[in-house]
Design a protein around this ligand. Structure first.
Ligand code: NDP
Ligand code: DGY
Length: 329
């Protein structure tokens, strides 16, 4: 009979995660779990220490998993499970080279993220944060014909950059507002675009014809800095720009210029570089820029399901069995 100690798998968890995931993890008798027991990110030095000799790593999108971390972990590391659908924080080539498997959390956060994107779009286009502020600071003097006017979706053209799981879910939610045309761009046309009458167009067409532009692509070397000066200069002066993908898709200096010169009407960002965005950042001085603290998937139920899925991915990775959601490397 094998001694208990012999079959123990060492797991490092980089943060406190929701209860549902923790329960599954504690019930896994084969695991010896150590966790960065905090709601704040694990300091780099603690991460490098924590992963030593680990067989499994459960991480978040704020943990940069690069060659240094993989080397610190050593050859026992079999599985990296991230509690996110985005995987731009993982050095995939290094991970693949070492034969490590990766689990992630697609689909389960699609609805929550699409819903937040619609909320951000409406809040930005209809200037809700400005309005709330005016009520509080006495700026509300009377009903005035042009005061706090914005832009509506009815009859508009919406352009989605990256019609993936979340992009399509956003499009489906926007169509009932009376959107006239739904354009999208990306690497290839999608058959599921038919569900929203989506027209696959070159990005330049999308930029010049859209009243609302929503970025929902993944962050890759190709999309990094995609939304730059040239990009904003092709947009309508009345257009609203929304990004809920990753901050690095946007050149923030160029966005600041586009917003402050009136090149574009407004922007709503759920993601920035860096995160958190420093409180003295120029973008935060602009009334036509609405910035949220990366809360796309932040509903209790979604985060709970994400935590459970990331633990199931981790456990299957440790056992060498099929994962609910394995990333193809
Ligand atoms: P998907 O992989 O389903 O969608 C990503 C889309 O990006 C695909 O349609 C892909 O198109 C497209 N894409 C890739 N390269 C380009 C490019 N060069 N130009 C235009 N489009 C491109 O992922 P999800 O929809 O599930 O998630 C998308 C992203 O959203 C995540 O990677 C993450 O960064 C972000 N996210 C943010 C959240 C938040 O809290 N704000 C919450 C959840 C996710 P193709 O198939 O043709 O390659
Ligand atoms: C992700 O999962 O990639 C989001 O950014 C947070 O849920």
């Amino acid at each position: 009979k094998m001694k208990a100690a012999e079959k123990l798998m060492k797991v490092f968890v980089t943060r406190r995660i929701p209860q549902e995931g923790m329960k599954l993890l504690s019930a896994a008798a084969e695991c010896e779990v150590s966790m960065w027991d905090s709601d704040e990110p694990v300091p780099r030095a603690e991460l490098l220490k924590g992963v030593q000799k680990a067989n499994g790593l459960l991480c978040l999108l704020s943990d940069k998993i690069d060659a240094e971390v993989l080397d610190a972990a050593g050859p026992n590391l079999k599985i990296i499970s991230t509690m996110s659908v985005g995987f731009d924080h993982l050095a995939l080539q290094e991970i693949k080279k070492r034969g490590i498997r990766v689990g992630y959390t697609p689909d389960v956060l699609t609805d929550a993220t699409a819903e937040l994107t619609v909320a951000l779009l409406l809040a930005t286009a209809r200037r809700l944060p400005e309005g709330v502020e005016e009520v509080k600071n006495g700026g509300w003097s009377s009903w005035k014909p042009l005061w706090l006017c914005g832009y509506g979706l009815s009859g508009s053209t919406v352009g989605v950059i990256g019609l993936g799981r979340i992009g399509l879910a956003i499009a489906k939610r926007l169509m009932p507002f009376g959107v006239q045309r739904l354009l999208y761009s990306g690497r290839s046309a999608k058959s599921e675009a038919a569900e929203v009458n989506g027209e696959y167009v070159p990005v330049d067409t999308l930029l010049s014809e859209s009243d609302f532009i929503v970025v929902s692509c993944s962050l890759t070397p190709e999309t990094q800095g995609l939304c730059n000066k040239a990009f904003f200069s092709k947009m309508k002066n009345t257009a609203v720009f929304i990004n809920t993908s990753r901050g690095a898709v946007v050149n923030q200096e160029d966005l600041y210029d586009a917003l402050s010169t009136g090149q574009i009407a407004a922007a709503g960002l759920d993601v920035t570089t860096p995160e958190p965005l420093p409180t003295d950042h120029p973008l935060l001085t602009l009334k036509n820029c609405v910035v949220l603290p990366h809360i796309g998937s932040a509903t209790y139920s979604t985060r709970s399901v994400m935590s459970a899925l990331s633990v199931r991915n981790l456990l299957c990775g440790l056992q060498g069995t099929e994962m609910p959601n394995e990333l193809t490397l």
